[in-house]
Design a protein around this ligand. Structure first.
Ligand code: CMC
Length: 432
């Protein structure tokens, strides 16, 4: 980050502030407003942070107008095609792709720490069988601070690494357990001979009574889904993790906060919402009725899987996801998947619709991911859970970056107060 020029603010023709303009390596320059209040007595107003950089970060870059997504400078398309999820995890955490030796050590550290404390089995027994797996995951991740308190000291760099590795290693196990619990099947222990995505699929789909056969095409699809979802700059859940972490809260609690934020249908919950919406639309004859609802300002319905706060062009992750979707369905022999054909028709009609064109609303990553996950055999309630498993890497990388930033302070937004002015307390008998 460097400053190269300043911005003079005037009010009634009088200069009131002289603010620095900071330049990053890519993307728009930013006005450094940290001295604004001292110089002018004014705050800024940006309720959903649409125009505010909340931090300095060197992890992920998005150019929403051009549809570009880079992890540490590497285009997402190249990573999705050539890399593994654990290699991407190393990249996000450490800034560079690993050499062979570093990759071996990192993979070993993750793959060999997939088992969770046996007491978790009892912890899970406390949930109702019909609990949503996101509710279980949120609670289980927060509970990791009770089980792994020996790595919860954020001021110890070694403990930070152990906590990060534990989170990345154990979140698939906790997620698979949430699924198994909800369908009344026994928990399956992780198998450290398998790759990260293979192991996750096995923990979800194997049963003790049958020999489990892993299918490469499915684990490759999960690998790709995990890579595409691994990080996405300062979105709602990542900002939640950073804000929770800025108070010094332990990393397990911060990731649990991130999972809660991801759950909403405007964010990670959209992949579940897309499938529910497609099921509701039922067939292409009903598309125009649903598009009408989406256009109607008085109707809260939105076309799930469309639109993005940052992308005003095709979401590059959606392009990759669409390819994977076709591959998976072809290889599973699902040539004529009615949901996929409905999704394709919906996509085509929406992309030609004036309302969507004007607002630059394109399909996002969640539009296709749900169809793939359903074809693999996941129920809709697990879709956002898979997103959380993948995003844990990004959250951890962003949390570590924040904690290791020497300028880090507790996050504390201000407000534009519009409530009553100061007034005196009235005893109850004197109130109307
Ligand atoms: N369907 C209908 N109208 C929409 C949609 C949609 N999916 N998305 C945005 N709009 C309209 C919106 O009503 C507004 O119209 P107007 O200018 O007339 O008021 C305009 O487009 C701009 O939208 P916005 O609400 O200012 O956009 P936002 O940045 O606040 O919201 C969003 C972004 C992703 C929450 C929103 O597009 C949305 O709700 N999409 C559906 C949910 C979804 O697919 N979410 C997944 C996001 S990608 C995964 C992730 O990274 O979490």
């Amino acid at each position: 980050m460097s400053d190269f020029e300043s911005l003079n603010l005037t009010r009634n023709k009088n200069k009131i502030a002289d603010l620095k303009i900071l330049k990053g390596s890519l993307g728009p320059d930013v006005i450094d407003i940290r001295q604004l209040y001292n110089q002018t007595g004014l705050f800024t107003y940006d309720p959903s942070y649409g125009a505010t950089s909340s931090c300095e970060s060197s992890i992920t870059f998005i150019d929403g107008d051009k549809g570009i997504l880079l992890y540490r400078g590497y285009p997402i398309e190249q990573l999705a095609k050539n890399s593994t999820f654990l290699e991407v995890a190393y990249l996000l955490l450490n800034g560079e792709l690993p050499n062979k030796e570093n990759y071996k050590i990192f993979s070993h550290n993750i793959i060999n720490h997939t088992m969770v404390n046996e007491q978790f089995l009892n912890f899970y027994q406390g949930f109702r069988r019909d609990a949503h797996p996101m509710a279980i995951l949120c609670a289980a991740t927060g509970a990791m601070s009770a089980f792994y308190n020996d790595s919860a000291d954020i001021n110890d760099p070694q403990q930070r690494i152990i906590a990060s590795n534990r989170l990345i290693a154990k979140i698939p196990t906790l997620a698979a357990m949430a699924y198994k619990y909800s369908i009344g099947q026994p928990f399956i222990y992780p198998d450290n001979n398998l790759s990260y995505p293979e192991n996750f699929l096995k923990m979800c789909f194997s049963v003790p009574t049958q020999k489990y056969k892993s299918q490469k095409i499915l684990s490759d699809a999960i690998e790709k889904i995990f890579i595409l979802h691994a990080d996405h700059e300062q979105n709602a859940s990542t900002s939640t993790v950073r804000l929770a972490g800025s108070s010094g809260a332990n990393p397990f609690a911060c990731i649990s906060a991130g999972i809660a934020s991801l759950w909403g249908p405007a964010h990670g919950g959209a992949n579940e919402a897309v499938l529910n919406m497609l099921n509701e639309i039922q067939n292409s004859d009903n598309i125009s009725k649903f598009l009408k609802k989406a256009r109607d300002k008085d109707d809260p319905f939105r076309l799930f899987g469309f639109g993005h706060r940052v992308y005003k062009n095709y979401d590059p992750r959606a392009t990759e996801m669409q390819k994977t979707c076709h591959e998976v369905l072809d290889l599973l022999g699902i040539k004529k998947n009615p949901l996929l054909s409905l999704a394709m028709k919906l996509e085509k009609i929406a992309l030609e619709d004036e309302y969507f064109i004007e607002r630059k609303l394109y399909p996002n990553v969640d539009f296709y991911s749900g169809i793939i996950l359903q074809a693999i055999g996941f129920p809709t309630s697990m879709f956002t859970v898979l997103f959380a498993v993948a995003r844990t890497v990004g959250w951890v990388a962003q949390w570590k970056e924040m904690i290791e930033d020497p300028n880090q302070r507790i996050g504390r937004p201000r407000q534009l107060y519009t409530g009553p002015k100061k007034r005196n307390y009235l005893k109850i008998e004197k109130r109307n």
